[in-house]
Design a protein around this ligand. Structure first.
Ligand SMILES: [Zn+2]
Length: 297
């Protein structure tokens, strides 16, 4: 599903990277072998290689056209960035901007960039290299960064956060993909909830990182929730207490995930996670206290 509508709003999926990622045993901090055996057969092969156990993953961004705005939600890994903590994305080179163009958008068409949170795979295309400098990729855009993540991930503040989980894997992103936007005066720091435009709202959803934020798009009686990494894989719909190994606050991440699933089930919203393969977007059904994956369309 590369294109869908939410009422009068239009949403375009821009894929940066596709591949197998870790196995569930390695990705999920709360992995339970018995629960996996009970739930894995419910997962379509488009999301999980049942022969090898590898999770099918995507790095993808979303362009939202609504209320006269053109918003890029999450910006992937970016090109040419040094990522010693996660070799698969080290000096990645993709044709992401060509794919954005194929969807109908030049960099100057984007008027707002929203990062669901500040992690290495959600901020990369914020900047491109010009000479020796990292410059904003989207020349007309303001960039919305959550305050809690700006404080948490700035290496200058490292001593304030002794229990940080993701330092190694996220090495480098702040200085090449966040600080240049701050220095260029292009960032707006988000504190709490924010109404971006009519039917476009940001709400804090901390846990995976302190600054995680959900964008809810509402139009014509329909809605979609862009939730970033509140969940990485459909197995977490069936096992909502399974965090990823990249979650900073275990209890907060579980609460955020259950909250999102509860809201999506209650509102029949389209759920738009950052890394789902398969159809990329889903809806959520409820069986008593349990949740299940439904097709979005
Ligand atoms: Zn991610």
């Amino acid at each position: 599903m590369d294109r869908f509508t939410v009422g009068a709003a239009r949403v375009h999926r821009i894929e940066e990277w596709a591949g197998p990622f870790l196995t569930p045993e390695l990705l999920f901090a709360g992995f339970d072998a018995d629960r996996y055996a009970e739930t894995r057969d419910a997962i379509d092969a488009a999301y999980l290689d049942h022969a090898t156990g590898a999770i099918a993953a995507r790095i993808q961004s979303w362009v939202i056209e609504a209320d006269g705005r053109t918003i890029l939600f999450d910006t992937g890994c970016g090109n040419g960035k040094s990522r010693p903590g996660i070799p698969v994305f080290d000096h990645l080179e993709t044709d992401f901007l060509a794919r954005l163009a194929a969807a109908g958008f030049a960099p100057e068409d984007i008027d707002l960039v929203v990062c669901s949170h500040l992690h290495v795979d959600h901020v990369g295309w914020n900047t491109i290299k010009v000479g020796d400098d990292w410059r904003p990729t989207f020349p007309r855009a303001r960039y919305l960064f959550p305050e809690a993540d700006v404080e948490y991930w700035d290496p200058a503040n490292r001593s304030r956060f002794p229990d940080m989980v993701g330092e190694a894997v996220n090495q480098g992103f702040f200085d090449d993909s966040v600080r240049p936007i701050l220095a260029a005066g292009r960032a707006d720091i988000v504190r709490g909830s924010l109404d971006i435009a009519d039917g476009i709202r940001l709400d804090p959803n901390p846990g995976h990182t302190p600054g995680c934020q959900t964008l809810t798009l509402t139009s014509g009686g329909e809605s979609a929730m862009f939730v970033g990494d509140v969940l990485h894989h459909p197995l977490q719909i069936l096992n909502p207490d399974w965090n990823s190994i990249f979650c900073e606050d275990a209890a907060g991440a579980r609460a955020a995930r259950r909250g999102v699933l509860d809201r999506a089930a209650g509102s029949e919203a389209i759920l738009v996670p950052a890394h789902f393969a398969g159809d990329h977007v889903v809806r959520i059904g409820r069986d008593g206290d349990d949740f299940r994956q439904l097709p979005a369309f």
